[in-house]
Design a binder for this molecule. Structure first.
Ligand SMILES: [Zn+2]
Length: 56
């Protein structure tokens, strides 16, 4: 996997999570619905992978 596609996946996950949180009645601050949790976990995992790769 190239850095570019990892970055794209990271950005797509960030956008998906942000868009979900903006329209979801349950997701606020530190509280998340199951779908929001899934989106946040994916975003968080990709963010870690991306930031770690940049650092390393
Ligand atoms: Zn939600």
């Amino acid at each position: 996997m190239s850095d570019r596609s990892l970055y794209d996946r990271y950005m797509a996950a960030a956008r998906a999570h942000r868009e979900h949180a903006a329209t979801c009645a349950v997701c606020t601050g530190d509280r998340r619905c199951p779908a929001g949790k899934r989106l946040f976990r994916l975003f968080s995992a990709l963010q870690d992978a991306y930031l770690h790769r940049r650092r390393g």
